[in-house]
Design a protein around this ligand. Sequence first.
Ligand code: 13P
Ligand code: SF4
Length: 307
Amino acid sequence: MKEKIRQLCKEKNAVIFAHYYTRPEIQEIADFIGDSLALAQQATRVQANILVMCGVHFMGETMKILCPDKKVLIPDMAAGCSLADSCKAEDLAVFKAQHPDHMVVSYVNTSADVKALTDVVVTSSNAKKIIDQLPQDAKIIFGPDYNLGSYINSVTGRNMLLWNGACHVHSRFSLEALLQLKKENPGVEVLAHPECKAPILAQSDVIGSTKALLEHTIKSPAKRFIIATESGILFEMQRACPDKEFIPVPPEMTEGVGCSCNECEYMRMNTLEKVYACLLNESPEMQVPKETAEKAISSIQRMLEMS
Ligand code: 13P
Ligand code: SF4
């Protein structure tokens, strides 16, 4: 299957992008692996007819908005994002109207319709850098991730108005389990994504985007790390540092329901079979209505300029 996919890429001049949270076999066949910011930046640079975005729906939309003349395929249109779903454009429009003196800063994990209502998009890699560049007296609505927003407020000294959204994967890490892991592994650094809840971040030594956490594990002389983010990143960490050990923080267990691991089921919807089928059929193809794309592109471009 991997060979057949690579052959189709060659025949059709297609490139495959994969987020760090996808399955290991998807990362193995990708031309580019990255976090949300790196994937968006890379999409604007490649010379190809077809871009296959193995990630989630909003990543395909962002890619299509940035590359309107390219065919953007996503292996499964149903691969959504609980965080993006926690902010509907119609609700944001009402909130904006209630705060007409505020600008809107949105995390990249949002629909194109939300980006169309946004002044500047940010990712977890560049949120602090971009917010530091905004006027000190700017009144800001930040959404949809409440945990990332509180963290950015704490490191920038801002008092942004926060949307109450969350990622179901990052908000379910167990504090109890983390404290136990720290006790069993004294002195081992804890690395966490800023989408995690404040009590988890308070127990962490390094807080950063998936890329920042990966780079830290590569640069650090330490041999063991406790990781609080989606477990797909462990594949890339292990590949980059074969002699190091990565200990994932488990999620809280909800009686009878839920998942016993920290995997984003939307990211896992990208399979080799679906990548092959979408390349073969050149479908499903991402489309963004022209009017929405025209409104959304300025907030994404502003992010790229300010990164
Ligand atoms: P980054 O890729 O910006 O670290 O975001 C993590 C995430 O949850 C992507 O959906
Ligand atoms: Fe969305 Fe969370 Fe999955 Fe990232 S990990 S795609 S924020 S649901």
